[in-house]
Ligand binder design. Structure first.
Ligand code: 1PZ
Length: 207
């Protein structure tokens, strides 16, 4: 257990991070949130170079948030939002490097992840179909045509469902599917709390 970090990468770390994210007061803790994202990025990087344009963007966004977190000592997403809103919504909207607009991008991607994992769990064998459907129902509406095109091409390079469950590295297929069943509600919880927070503060369309 103590040696878990030294062992081979497993998507279980991502589950653990998202599990740790939400407090009893329904705050989303930044440290496990970013740690979950770092795990997802490592997983994405292991899928090959076709996905590097996606992982590069995610890496940049996580790095920006780490910078904000260190600079201001934010513990939660709520405190980040509160801090940035103190300057006023107009000032916040004018910034291209705000924590809020960056979290919003990851937040939308988390919805994609939730849908994709649900599909994977359902048993549909064509991961590219699952991935495209999840993408069209979430991120795609926020992306320009050229990004949608590149993403759709990359999705064709996804490994099959069996291979995918294998490289998640959580044990047998049954164990991998069981872990998905456990992980999806945690991810869904983080997603809905963030969605509520951003709705409440009118931040869902930050440019
Ligand atoms: C397992 C297969 C992985 C598929 C990942 C599905 C998401 C496709 C996203 C395509 C993103 C293309 C790269 C650049 C996008 C940016 O323009 C946007 C908007 O940011 P802005 O330009 O406004 O700063 N970035 C995003 O929408 C965030 C995308 C993060 C994607 C993270 C994927 C995590 C994958 C986990 C894999 C298990």
């Amino acid at each position: 257990m103590a040696a878990a970090a030294a062992g081979p990468f497993s998507l279980r770390e991502v589950l653990d991070a998202f599990r740790r994210c939400v407090t009893e007061q329904r705050e989303v803790l930044l440290e496990p949130y970013l740690s979950g994202w770092r795990g997802l990025i490592r997983f994405l990087q292991s899928l090959g170079a076709v996905f590097s344009f996606i992982s590069k963007d995610a890496v940049a966004k996580v790095a920006l948030l780490e910078g904000h977190q260190q600079q201001h000592g934010f513990v939660s997403l709520q405190s980040l939002v509160q801090h940035e809103l103190a300057a006023g919504l107009a000032a916040l909207r004018a910034r291209s490097d705000s924590g809020c607009r960056t979290v919003l991008r990851l937040h939308r991607a988390l919805r994609w992840l939730q849908l994709f994992l649900e599909g994977l769990r359902s048993g549909e064998p064509r991961t590219s179909v699952l991935c495209t459907d999840a993408y069209n129902a979430s991120l795609a509406q926020h992306h320009p045509w050229v990004v949608r095109k590149a993403a759709t091409v990359a999705f064709c390079a996804l490994p099959s469902r069996d291979a995918f469950l294998e490289i998640m590295n959580v044990g047998s297929q049954e164990e991998a599917v069981a872990m998905l069943g456990e992980a999806i509600p945690y991810i869904g919880n983080v997603y809905s709390i963030t969605q509520e927070l951003f709705t409440q503060h009118k931040l869902l369309d930050l440019p």
